[in-house]
Design a protein around this ligand. Sequence first.
Ligand SMILES: [Zn+2]
Ligand SMILES: [Zn+2]
Length: 345
Amino acid sequence: MEGKMKAALLYGPRDLRVEVVDIPQMTDDFALIKIMACGVCPTDLRTYIGSRASTTSGPRRIGHEWVGEVIEVGKNITRVKVGDRVAINNKIPCGNCYYCTNGADHLCTNLFGAGRVISGGDAQYGVATDKALYQIPDNVSWEEAAFAEPVSCVMNGIDNCNIKLGDDVLIVGAGPMGLLNMQIAKLKGGRIIMSDIIDERLAKAKEMGADEVINSSTGDFTKMVKDLTGGRGADVVVVSVGNRIAETQGLSAAGKNSTVIFFGGTWPETKIEIDPNFFHYNEVKLTGSSNFNYGVFPRSLKLMSSKLIKLEPIISHRLPLDRVKEGFELVEKKGGMKVMISPHA
Ligand SMILES: [Zn+2]
Ligand SMILES: [Zn+2]
């Protein structure tokens, strides 16, 4: 399709402009998609504020949690047809590297390889390759489907935690990702303790199913968690924010034989102090979680279709594309929860 569209372009740290540009060029390998919703993610925020060095120069498209309607298909597109509602998986493993061939394709050494997926989602149109395209179940809304990427990341993290029925699960951080971790950990049978420093976020967590909430700015955090867990500390800790204070707190509240997972990237790079004996004598397992196996993405759409998790209540702001910068500012100031951009509103 020839023509012009609006797209957000990042020129440098916090220099995000909405401009009129050409609709992306089609090839045989692409589907052209009219973008209906795009979520603002902490990963996008790091790009926006420049805390993580960009690998590309010049103005760049931004936004990776996007969904839309298929407008045109190239001849190598097999999975969808014109008119289909699709969610985009922006992480396409190469299929050939060591990790891809050993069951850990989310750790692919070329997960965002050039040419497999192209466009950013904060725009009116985008293109994606066959392997990135997934049909959205009829009972899942555009905005719900825009959570497919973050929900997939959370599914990967929770899979790494081995939660047993009745485990005390501490989730540090009650932002949008914390609330997703909370709901999915609860589905696994955990008793959920949420912590944050923002009371409104804790109130939302409580309303959405947290068993206990702690404002970590109000006292001795470790003691508060131990008081809620029979003096033991948590069986599983998910640190859902990339922040050294949160990571140190999460570790301090881990009980014997527990698993602690660092779910968020921490930027700019930093160090935390750890006591080796804490791990040795208590058999605490510290691990991380990043992205998700290729097969998780369609399962996340199935999970949404089953209505076992609630996504709409996590959305605090819906903004047209012209106000995308305001959306990033809100996320940076933690002035809401999930911000959704509607490119055709
Ligand atoms: Zn994301
Ligand atoms: Zn690979």
